[in-house]
Every structure is written in C-alpha cells, then in structure tokens.
Design a protein around this ligand. Structure first.
Ligand code: KIV
Length: 275
C-alpha cells in the first residue's frame, strides 16, 4: 500500500516505527521499496555520495529533480521525499513555493524536505498552503555546515536544547508533517518526540525518535570518505563491489571473460560468405 503523509501520522499514533533510507537512483529505490522501507529520501547528500562534492552546498534544484524523478519511478509504495537544496528556499517565500512546486511537478515525489526551524516557518507554511507536504530538518543541518564550523552534535547546552524544542514546535505549527532530527543527544530527541504530534525521524538521535533514516551508502559501507558514529553497517557491499571489480579486471585481462555462455552465435555460412 502506498505510504503517504497520512501513513506517517497514523504510524506515530499507533507507536509503529517509521523506516526511511536515502536513494538517488531507480534501481536502489526499487530494492528499498521492495524491502518494505516506508519512505525514501532523495537527500541532498547526493552531493557527497553521488557527485563527489565535499558538502551539500553546491547541489542544485536541477540535480534534485534529475535524481528525484528516477527514485520516484522505482518507488511503488514508499513515500518519496526530495530535499530542497541550499538557497532554493532560504531566499524568499516565493522562491520556496516555486522551487517546491517544480520539484513536485517534475519528479512525481510525495513531499519535500527543507532545513531549519522558526526562521523558515513562513516558507513551510506557504509550501504547505500550496498543498505540498513538507518534512522539516533540525539539529545538524548540513546546509549550515560553514556556520556550524563542522559536523558537531547539536542541542547540548540549555539554550541550544530549548531552541531545538521550540523549533520543533514551530515547524509543527507551520504545518510540517514530520521532522528529521540529526546529530542530537538521544534524551533531547526523545523529549522532542514526546512534545510534538508529528513524527520525528532520527539520524544520530537515538531510538526515542518515531522513525530512523540513514544514508544508504553509509549503511552498506559503500561510501568511505567519512563515516559518522551513528551509522550501523548492515552489510559490506563496498567490499563486495571492490572484489567484484578486481575479479572482472583480472578476467578481462586473462581472457576468461566473456565465456561461451556470454556470446551470441551466427551461422557458419554467413561468416564463410564474407570476403
Ligand atoms: O541529505 C540527506 O541525506 C539527509 C539525511 C542525512 C537526513 O538530509
């Protein structure tokens, strides 16, 4: 059954955990969808994982649409959420609605995600008023990496923890259907989850959240540039790929690939008539 923002709300009400994973292409989305993952996030981590950038700052709306469209084609049941990249919504409410609208129309996704709390609530409200579901994102928001001065756990002081709780209440009031909490102490994330009625989706925020999200290339050990403490490696696909690439290289070079079963036949008389 197709997961929607209503499914998210019902799952929180019933105390059922929500699973979300990132994907950036059709084949990965198909596998995640078939596995029963509730939601697929086309994260702007696309910049790091797929495009090889140092951070997410350079990712464009066109990049997100290109990959979001492929993921949406592969996801039959999962709710597809596409990230709004840096400066596609911070500049104005008008820009936010136009860019969210483009993402929805051109990808066929079910929702958009943007980073920030009270400061982007006018944008969240306007996008929701245009009938586009919005997932918020608080805590370590990678588009602010230059302002944070690195990947740091957020909300550890009284002021910062209170701000995070206030921001969570603000995005809920603005109409967000869910909120991602990234790199937040587990007890704070639990308190936020209990204080708001929309689901919290944690990444590095402990198991008191209503759901969890991971970057799929991290949990499969396919991305080796850096690995945050909160990642569990569910499989070593990176190692398997690396071994398979070495085996392929060796098989091509020693002539054992392609073998008979990988080749197409032709009648002898056709070859014989050639001059
Ligand atoms: O871009 C992304 O993949 C994300 C997740 C880390 C939540 O925003």
């Amino acid at each position: 059954m197709k997961n929607t923002v209503v499914t998210f709300r019902q799952m929180k009400e019933k105390g059922e955990k929500i699973s979300m994973l990132t994907a950036y292409d059709y084949s990965t989305a198909k596998l995640e969808d078939a596995a029963g993952v509730n939601s697929i996030l086309v994260g702007d981590s696309l910049g790091n994982v797929v495009l090889g950038y140092e951070n997410t700052i350079a990712v464009t709306v066109d990049d997100m649409i290109h990959h979001g469209r492929a993921v949406a084609k592969g996801a039959k049941n999962a709710l597809v959420v596409v990230d709004m990249p840096f400066l596609s919504y911070q500049t104005s409410v008008y820009d936010a609605v136009v860019n969210a609208g483009r993402i929805m129309k051109e990808t066929n996704c079910g929702a958009v995600k943007l980073e920030g709390g009270a400061v982007v609530c006018p944008q969240i409200k306007a996008i929701v008023d245009a009938s586009i579901p919005v997932c918020a994102h608080l805590g370590l928001t990678p588009q602010s990496i230059n302002a944070f001065g690195g990947h740091k756990v957020q909300g550890k002081t009284i002021e910062a923890a209170q701000k995070l709780l206030d921001d969570a209440k603000a995005v809920e009031a603005a109409g967000a259907f869910a909120v991602v909490l990234e790199c937040v102490p587990a007890r704070l994330a639990q308190k936020v989850s209990e204080a708001i009625s929309i689901p919290t989706i944690g990444i590095g925020a402990g198991n008191g959240c209503d759901g969890q999200v991971l970057v799929y290339a991290d949990m499969l050990s396919m991305f080796s540039d850096f690995c945050p403490k909160f990642v569990r490696k569910f499989a070593n696909v990176g190692e398997m790929m690396s071994q398979a690439f070495k085996d392929y290289d060796a098989a091509v070079k020693d002539g054992s690939f392609p073998a008979e079963e990988h080749t197409y036949k032709i009648d002898d008389e056709v070859i014989e008539k050639l001059y």
